[in-house]
Design a protein around this ligand. Structure first.
Ligand code: DLZ
Length: 195
């Protein structure tokens, strides 16, 4: 029986003309890694070219809103930027920094969607609540300010088991990164229709 949860059946969207940015945090790397892999797998399966997937990393989830904002601006501005967020993604090939975004990248032009990926695991203090709230609000603000769909790939979980169950690591569990990849393609394609 189909699960109550999840985005439901959606029509397939063609990602072949899309340019997608991914910004991921490095905190909780063992969870981030499969989420990133699941995201990328669905982008590629939807026809997004590998050269059109640009991956950036930041230390933690707190940095996701500013990085998404800067990544989008850099993709719009064709002049050379001297800033760098210190890239170093977990999957290798398409990692870039903001300088190469406008100079060396195999694809250019503004992103059709950006996916922000982070994993916040609740600890003993109020840290989790503050970061979860601020990052959620920040990502929504970037999305509305830029008009670029920003996919919310932020897990806010109470413990490591919950995180693993959402990264497809535990047996029978679903990798939420796959949903984020599909959402980016759907919103990227719709954004072109809405333009
Ligand atoms: C400091 C911190 C803590 C305690 N926990 C997490 C977490 O569970 N997930 C995450 O993505 N980042 C965490 N961070 C790091 C902050 O997001 C941020 O990178 C630092 O406070 C530096 O600004």
């Amino acid at each position: 029986m189909a699960s109550l949860k999840g985005p439901g059946e959606a029509q397939q969207h063609d990602g072949s003309g899309l340019r997608i940015g991914i910004v991921h945090a490095r905190w909780n790397t063992t969870i981030i890694e499969p989420l990133l892999a699941g995201t990328k797998a669905k982008l590629l399966a939807s026809g997004v070219k590998e050269s059109n997937i640009i991956i950036q990393s930041v230390p933690g989830s707190w940095e996701l809103p500013i990085a998404c904002s800067k990544l989008f601006s850099a993709s719009q501005v064709q002049s050379t930027s001297s800033s760098s967020l210190g890239a170093g993604d977990l999957l290798g090939s398409s990692t870039t920094d903001l300088t190469s975004l406008t100079t060396n990248s195999t694809s250019t032009g503004p992103f059709d969607a950006i996916i922000a990926i982070g994993v916040l695991i609740k600890g003993e203090t109020m840290h989790f609540e503050y970061i979860a709230d601020a990052v959620s609000q920040g990502l929504m603000r970037v999305q509305l300010d830029t008009g670029c769909p920003l996919i919310f790939g932020l897990l806010t979980v109470l413990n490591e088991d919950q995180a693993k169950a959402r990264a497809g690591i535990t047996s029978g569990s679903h990798n939420h990164g796959e949903d984020w990849g599909l959402a980016a393609v759907e919103l990227g394609a719709k954004r072109k229709e809405w333009a």
